[in-house]
Design a protein around this ligand. Structure first.
Ligand code: SF4
Ligand code: SF4
Length: 92
């Protein structure tokens, strides 16, 4: 693939912030150790432990988005499927 065909996501990544849907989060904890910026922590939601992202710390790298088995995390402006597609394209 030519460089000019790589999606433009890297141009905007610093402006993106990931968000977790607490109704989809299962509380599995997979995402917490994956964040290099310690942006993910716990909070109580409807009596259950759920992950939460601090928007002040999140760099929008997308690692947690791709790793969440419940597809509970999205980068603002991008769906999980779009992020996974972008990551796959960037690895070629
Ligand atoms: S990986 Fe997904 S389901 Fe697991 S704690 Fe994180 S947001 Fe919740
Ligand atoms: S998008 Fe990256 S920086 Fe933001 S919470 Fe997820 S892993 Fe951490």
């Amino acid at each position: 693939m030519a460089v000019t065909e790589i999606p433009k996501i890297t141009d905007n990544v610093e402006a993106l912030v990931a968000e977790i849907d607490p109704d989809k989060c299962s509380g599995c904890g997979v995402c917490l150790p994956l964040c290099s910026y310690s942006a993910i922590g716990w909070f109580e939601y409807k009596g259950k432990k759920r992950a939460h992202i601090d928007p002040a710390l999140c760099k929008g790298c997308g690692v947690c988005v791709a790793a969440c088995p419940s597809r509970a995390i999205n980068l603002e402006g991008f769906t999980t499927e779009e992020i996974e597609s972008q990551i796959e394209n960037l690895t070629f």
